[in-house]
Design a protein around this ligand. Structure first.
Ligand SMILES: Cc1cc2nc3c(=O)[nH]c(=O)nc-3n(C[C@H](O)[C@H](O)[C@H](O)COP(=O)(O)OP(=O)(O)OC[C@H]3O[C@@H](n4cnc5c(N)ncnc54)[C@H](O)[C@@H]3O)c2cc1C
Length: 277
């Protein structure tokens, strides 16, 4: 049960969504956007968030598209994880998504909600970081497009009235060889101790990881150093230096263990792929 009063809106247009948001802000009240609503509702039940209004974006046409058009894979922010896994035709995205929550929860959880989640994991972003996706944002002045690396993590870089409309990425990239591994404490359906996605694109090894730090990361310096290293151990010995601190240390796993697993995974990727570069 949610123990406080709030207003619920389901606008049919982006303009209406932004207007409602703006109206609440002007009254010094707290509005919040929702896509699948699973995280907001469970956080509101625990009183971790107390919005005055929930603005549900599900009814906005276009937020549900998942298609290849003009050489781009375009995924609307209200597309559910299951829909994206089935219709994107992007093997790595499908694999990563199928490890998030349960089949039933994935029918509700959306791409937009996963990317803008307050949790550190946000695993659906990993394939999008590897493919240098762009994000289409709705703003009061119209739609703008930004590189994912400039707006991620969203909850730090989105301005107050910006909301995520779509993710775009180059359709040509989706079939490149990929690698993915998720280590969890118990069952496979669980938050990651560490989750690593990698792609071999032309002469590059691209690596992104989640579970180690406050946000998922694209590891561009590590990618470069692995390719140039004569001995891969030179990179592995200083693996911590590639990561911002702190490394997550909680009931799921200690930071040393997370780092140990990460190191092993990077070693496997390098051994398997370096020869092929
Ligand atoms: C059982 C279970 C298991 C899970 N396991 C995993 C896991 O293994 N790995 C993992 O990564 N995640 C996992 N999650 C977390 C889940 O991916 C996130 O909680 C996600 O935020 C839920 O998506 P949603 O669409 O319901 O989000 P919502 O509740 O709608 O929104 C979440 C946040 O995103 C913001 N937001 C939503 N849409 C937009 C938008 N278009 N523009 C701007 N901001 C927006 C909201 O304001 C809110 O702050 C799990 C969740 C559950 C319930």
């Amino acid at each position: 049960m949610i123990s406080f009063d709030l207003q619920y809106f389901q606008p049919n247009t982006i303009e209406d969504a932004i207007n409602i948001y703006e109206q609440f802000i002007s009254e010094n009240k707290k509005p919040i956007y929702a896509s699948g609503g699973t995280e907001i509702i469970s956080r509101a039940r625990r009183n971790e968030v107390q919005p005055d209004a929930i603005i549900d974006l599900k009814n906005i046409p276009g937020f549900h598209k998942c298609e290849h058009k003009a050489g781009k894979l375009q995924i609307g922010s209200a597309v559910t994880l299951n829909h994206a896994a089935t219709h994107s035709n992007f093997p790595l995205l499908k694999t990563v998504i199928q490890s998030i929550a349960t089949q039933t929860a994935r029918n509700k959880i959306t791409i937009g909600g996963n990317l803008a989640s307050s949790l550190p994991y946000r695993e659906a972003v990993l394939p999008l970081l590897l493919t240098d996706s762009t994000i289409v944002l709705a703003t009061p002045k119209g739609a703008i497009t930004k590189n994912i690396h400039d707006v991620f993590p969203f909850n730090e870089h989105l301005k107050e009235l910006e909301l995520m409309m779509e993710v775009h990425l180059d359709s040509k990239l989706i079939k490149h060889p990929h690698f993915w591994i998720k280590k969890t404490k118990q069952s496979q359906i669980n938050y990651p101790i560490v989750s690593v996605a990698a792609m071999h694109i032309d002469n590059e090894i691209r690596i992104a990881t989640s579970g180690l730090t406050a946000n998922p990361l694209r590891m561009k310096q590590l990618e470069k150093d692995i390719l140039q290293a004569v001995e891969i151990e030179d990179c592995l010995d200083q693996i911590e230096s590639y990561l911002p601190s702190p490394i997550i240390d909680d009931m799921i796993a200690q930071s040393d263990y997370r780092l140990f697993l990460f190191k092993q995974i990077i070693k496997d990727i390098a051994i398997n792929w370096k020869g092929a570069s």
